[in-house]
Design a protein around this ligand. Structure first.
Ligand SMILES: C[S@@+](CC[C@H](N)C(=O)[O-])C[C@H]1O[C@@H](n2cnc3c(N)ncnc32)[C@H](O)[C@@H]1O
Length: 287
């Protein structure tokens, strides 16, 4: 006799299977995958929790579970994720934006509280466009420029500009770090660049290794992007403007040193939601 699987039954089964595999947000991920397989919202799942699933629905759900258990991030499987209340299209050519990166946005708002007076913002290494779009949401008077070296990632970022109705306010420019904005000035510059040391990449979890190497590799010491960003950003900031960067939990000291060497003032470290050192910010001097 074949077993009848209801929405609730498959969610319970998957949540347990994911927990056994060490997937921490297992129940949420099961809901996201089932909603994707059934082409409905998570809320609709619970409106029909005792409904038996049809075999084609179960087959496409099983395939997703198999891929998730093999290490594919859920955002790549359902082609989207949430960041700062925005829904972003996500493909394997971009890093999956992390909740910890929302700390960059919180810090930016704290150091540049005057929303109306902040009109020029730069996001370096934008990936999916997560930071650029969150800042456009928070600073309604701002024109936000975002740079990205990978043409494939830049294409995803542009999709997200349109999807979130920021056309004309957020501009994605392809190129190396600050090269696409030579000669322009900003009041706020943010970046979450690649910051994993090259040698450590081979030791990362199966899940993180699915993400593009170009989004992870921060060179031999993981710090090459901060060497370049701190000095160059200082030149493009208006007096009193702020640089806010995300970094690894163990990189606070070297990143602090680079801010100071580049001439930033009020250099400060901020911890993320998990209380790990995560974001450093500083101000360009008021000449
Ligand atoms: C760690 S990911 C961060 C993406 C996004 N800022 C976020 O927080 O989700 C770094 C991004 O930098 C891009 N990148 C790598 N080298 C770059 C360079 N030299 N210039 C511009 N972007 C670069 C990668 O392609 C990747 O999209």
């Amino acid at each position: 006799m074949t077993q009848t699987w209801t929405t609730l039954g498959v969610l319970d089964w998957t949540a347990k299977r994911f927990a056994d595999q060490g997937i921490s947000a297992g129940r949420l991920e099961a809901q996201l995958l089932l909603a994707y397989a059934l082409k409905c919202s998570r809320t609709q799942l619970y409106m029909n929790f005792d409904k038996p699933l049809a075999e084609p629905e179960l087959a496409s759900y099983r395939e997703l579970i198999k891929r998730r258990l093999a290490g594919e991030p859920v955002a790549y499987l359902v082609h989207e994720t949430e960041f700062w209340g925005l829904t972003l299209t996500i493909e394997p050519v971009v890093l999956v934006p992390r909740p910890d990166s929302e700390t960059v946005i919180e810090v930016a708002i704290a150091v540049r509280p005057d929303r109306a007076a902040t009109t020029r913002i730069l996001d370096i290494c934008t990936g999916s466009g997560a930071l650029a779009l969150a800042l456009a949401k928070e600073y309604p008077s701002a024109h936000v420029i975002a740079t990205e070296l990978s043409p494939e990632a830049a294409a995803v970022a542009r999709t997200n500009v349109v999807r979130n109705a920021f056309t004309g306010r957020v501009e994605i420019r392809e190129g190396d770090l600050l090269a696409p904005v030579t000669g322009e000035t900003f009041q706020l510059i943010v970046s979450n660049p690649p910051y994993i040391s090259t040698a450590v990449i081979a030791t990362l979890s199966a899940e993180v290794k699915r993400e593009p190497v170009m989004a992870l590799d921060g060179g031999p010491d993981g710090l090459v992007f901060y060497d370049r960003i701190c000095a160059a950003a200082r030149e493009l900031l208006e007096p009193g403007g702020a640089l806010v960067v995300e970094h690894g939990y163990d990189q606070a000291e070297p990143v602090y040193a680079r801010f100071v060497a580049a001439g930033f003032q009020n250099v400060t470290l901020v911890k993320d939601l998990a209380k790990n050192p995560r974001v450093t910010h500083g101000l360009a001097p008021l000449r």
